[in-house]
Design a protein around this ligand. Structure first.
Ligand code: SAM
Length: 324
């Protein structure tokens, strides 16, 4: 079987960690490849593969509609694609799961086939700067960010993201807060190897697949973006400032704790700090980091958990007593 995997990001890394036999994969497909190999297999642009040579493409990206359209424009038959990140689409795009059954772990495939959850745009959405592609990533997370940003009008301070990866969420912050400086902290080459040494290989390698240029090209207001490249907290290097909105998304415990220690005291009252993965069973270190930080503060911090894809917690700064 001529099997391809569309995507070289976290979804593709997951697939390897879920036991997909990589020796069966002819190539990974990526419209904007960062390197020419991923997990030991070649990376090709979709245009480089003849549609007749494809038996099955496992689509390991959340950009379902974008990829469906691209595949159609290349003459790839819809039934050759199985979308693995199909969960909140209004309809199940997959025509047939039988081909995927031959290569994927049945339990994993069950999670792909899980009942669909339809989400319609809320009534308050109008003249939004977000695009359908922004929303493809995680509808609830992204629209919640939009609602939070609408609450920040009279809250001073910059915006920041610690843990940027390819900039998908940072792009939304930049679009929603066009007047604010946006600090982006990341190594742009993945996790601290020492901190990630016990993490799965696909997860670790997928996060290396990015770059500063790629992230900046995605930003609608790049002139407002300040890149802080390197391992946090060393990458702070003399930075001071106050913040209205912080996205903390570094997945692992020690880096999350370092982020809380630095950002939470610098968050202005009325501001928000979004802790991605707080309720993710896959990344338990995020919640542990918050509990450790709270223990040091001597109290629980006020926050609202979201029902988004990875269980974000929104910490809501209430008053200056929160400054510790
Ligand atoms: C899950 S990704 C971020 C995803 C991004 N927020 C989004 O929603 O598109 C986690 C990122 O954290 C970065 N990271 C983890 N620990 C770090 C540290 N100590 N310093 C800098 N970057 C770190 C990794 O390089 C990786 O790009």
């Amino acid at each position: 079987m001529n099997l391809y995997v569309w995507g070289t990001g976290c979804g593709a890394g997951d697939l390897a960690d879920q036991g997909l036999d990589l020796s069966r994969v002819c190539a990974f497909l990526d419209s904007a490849p960062v390197s020419d190999s991923f997990l030991g297999r070649p990376v090709l642009r979709p245009e480089e593969v003849k549609s007749g040579d494809i038996d099955l493409i496992l689509v390991a990206s959340r950009h379902v509609e974008t990829i469906a359209q691209k595949a159609a424009s290349l003459g790839i038959a819809a039934e050759k694609l199985v979308f693995l990140k199909n969960n909140w689409a209004l309809t199940d795009r997959n025509r047939d799961y039988a081909a995927a059954e031959a290569v994927l772990d049945p339990q994993y495939l069950d999670s792909v086939r899980a009942p669909q959850v339809a989400v319609r745009d809320p009534l308050w959405v109008s003249d939004s700067p977000l695009t359908p592609r922004d929303l493809e990533n995680d509808y609830v997370r992204t629209r919640t960010l939009e609602a939070l940003c609408r609450e920040l009008d009279d809250i001073p301070g910059a915006a920041a993201e610690l843990g940027v990866y390819r900039g998908g969420f940072a792009r939304c912050i930049n679009a929603l807060l066009p007047e604010r400086t946006l600090y982006l902290f990341d190594t742009f080459e993945g996790f601290d190897p020492a901190e990630a040494e016990h993490e799965a290989a696909g997860f670790v390698q997928a996060h290396r697949n990015t770059g500063v240029g790629r992230v900046l090209r995605l930003m609608p207001h790049p002139e407002k973006v300040v890149i802080r490249r390197g391992l946090f907290p060393a990458s702070l290097e003399g930075l001071e400032g106050r913040f209205a909105l912080v996205s903390l998304d570094v997945d692992l415990e020690e880096s999350t704790l370092a982020g809380l220690r630095w950002f939470y005291p610098r968050l202005n009252p009325g501001g928000f700090l979004l802790m991605h993965d707080y309720n993710s069973p896959r990344l338990p270190g995020v919640k542990r980091a918050l509990r450790r930080y709270e223990a040091a503060c001597g109290r629980r911090l006020p926050g609202v958990p979201l029902c988004d894809g990875n269980g974000t917690l929104v910490l809501c700064k209430t008053d200056e007593a929160d400054r510790k």
